[in-house]
Design a protein around this ligand. Sequence first.
Ligand code: C5P
Length: 306
Amino acid sequence: MTRPPGEAEAGPPLPAQRGELRVKAPGKVNLYLHVVGRRPDGYHFLDSLVAFVEAGDEIAVGAAEALSLVVEGPYAGALEADDDNLVFRAARLLGAEFEVSQGAAITLTKNLPVAAGLGGGSSDAAATLGALASLWGIDADEAVIMRLAAELGADVPVCRLGATAHMSGIGEVLAPAPALPPCGVVLVNPGKPLSTPTVFRGRHGPFSATEPVTGKMKSVEELVRELQRRRNDLTASACDQLPEIRNVLKALEDDPACLLARLSGSGPTCFGIYADVAPSRQAANRIARAHASWWVQPTWFIESCR
Ligand code: C5P
């Protein structure tokens, strides 16, 4: 476990006030992301080491006759609580699969920026599946929940798993990954959304090899060494779409305590790896002071949110 002492860990659904169930929807970081092929339908085959951070959204569900969704939190304004919302789609899909006649009052607390490369929407959908399965008393086979997760989006299965994993296929093939060593993380987002399909479409060049990390990484230096041998293959395309990403990467790379800086997913959020949580907090302060319009969040990797 890489959380600092005294900090609460994400965990299973907890009974909350007002008879609600609350679950965390942690942010997802692609520590590396190789694009290894392309399907005829345009989806890409990936090889990625995925980890989850303590920073994230939250889903609360309460008993109700009809389905409803309220979005609150710092990024609520960036999201429509309409029928297309991934949280709503997850709720409807689960309800239809298990012929649920009840509704639910769902509250999404949106702390993560939207369309950010942090899997926020996917993590919200995965958390909704879990919270509503508890609320509705569904004792489902995990394989069924994973099938529903894959129907909702390529990143939803790994978010349902909620633990460090190797991801392949288009995102639905998950394999255990070595535990990460303790370290600090800084997430930096330039404050503009980026469309995932556009970034995938703009990727050029040969496909990469599949190169999963096999050995245990005992120190942050070993983690950084393993990551330096790998890349995020969407970086050039994401920077073409949003050149400010180059400034974000440079700010992290120029930071004296940053050990590695990289784009997460299709961006535009980038992450920096730090030796510990304390230097990552100091770095976040430095970067936020210099770039007032950026979202800068110090955090750390969690082992699992389930
Ligand atoms: O599955 P999801 O809706 O999250 O994917 C969003 C888009 O990202 C897809 O429509 C596709 O353009 C792109 N994508 C891809 N290959 C993946 C995952 C996503 O090309 N493995």
